[in-house]
Design a protein around this ligand. Structure first.
Ligand SMILES: Nc1ncnc2c1ncn2[C@@H]1O[C@H](COP(=O)(O)OP(=O)(O)OP(=O)(O)O)[C@@H](O)[C@H]1O
Length: 262
């Protein structure tokens, strides 16, 4: 880890008419950190991620990434700077195989303009594709159509496609949403060890407190557009405000057991 933060957010604000979706957000994230963003529905998590990745223009404040001002940058330029995201809804091509999905993503990441019209699969790209599939546990399903994959494998493919550009920082929207309970830890183990190996800084939105507790170094808890707690999970998940305003609400939505943090 270096001392200078990879991402530095100062006084970030966003209003939609009378609704304040982000208020006075100040966050510095060091390179290599894994950050979990939690909060009830409507707390402002997606607004924050959308502003950082260029999908929404802030009403005020600044965002610096790798010491450059990226406030209001277009999403594709954010990707060029090394800041990438995945979405809650999978972005894979359902009728293509795992290999062809990854080759398409690699071709898009490596080529510019009209070069897309040339054949995509040279030996280097094929080798890179094999390496990514091995890292993300997809080798055994390489020739399977994406539509035939389990939700968990489809998430792995989606995230593997997001990282082909070699981002320095990856933002994920609920990486285990829709994944069967018995698959979620295996999926996260694979994703987090691949991202750790590449030294990627990670920030992800998550409703599942078991995932938060197990995989993040730091929790940002949102309520009503503000960060109400910024602490390691062992502290954040027992913070009275977080328990009342975030975990209580999240449990009510997901039906998680009240005993988990008693
Ligand atoms: N495009 C928009 N226009 C108007 N209001 C919006 C818009 N996007 C978000 N909001 C409002 O901003 C607030 C924060 O929404 P946001 O989607 O960021 O919350 P969230 O924490 O991501 O919620 P969820 O867990 O349901 O995705 C909410 O009150 C929401 O209704």
């Amino acid at each position: 880890m270096t001392d200078a933060p990879i991402l530095s957010v100062k006084d970030l604000q966003k209003s939609f008419g009378a609704v304040t979706a982000a208020k006075d957000i100040n966050v510095d994230i060091p390179a290599g950190q894994v950050v979990g963003v939690i909060g009830a529905n409507g707390a402002g998590k997606t607004t924050f991620v959308n502003m950082v990745t260029g999908y929404l223009k802030p009403s005020g404040g600044t965002i610096r990434f790798l010491d450059r001002d990226i406030t209001g940058i277009a999403p594709r330029l954010a990707v060029h700077q090394g800041l990438t995201r995945s979405f809650q809804v999978s972005q894979v091509f359902m009728t293509l195989s795992v290999r062809h999905n990854l080759l398409s993503a690699l071709a898009l990441a490596r080529r510019k303009g009209g070069a897309l019209l040339r054949p995509i699969a040279g030996p280097e790209l094929l080798a890179e594709c094999d390496a990514i599939m091995a890292r993300y546990g997809l080798t055994d399903v390489a020739e399977h159509e994406a539509s035939a994959l389990s939700q968990g494998s489809r998430k792995l493919l989606d995230i593997a496609m997001a990282v082909v550009s070699g981002p320095r920082m990856l933002l994920l929207d609920e990486p285990t949403s829709g994944v069967a309970a018995e698959e979620k830890f295996a999926i996260m183990d694979t994703v987090m060890s691949a991202l750790k190996a590449s030294g990627t800084t990670v920030l992800f939105i998550e409703h599942d407190m078991e995932i938060v507790e197990r995989y993040v170094d730091r929790v940002l808890a949102f309520f009503s557009g503000e960060v109400i707690c910024d602490a390691p999970p062992a502290r954040a998940l027992i913070d009275p405000k977080v328990r009342e305003l975030v975990i209580g609400d999240t449990r009510a939505q997901t039906g998680q057991a009240e005993a988990a943090y008693a």
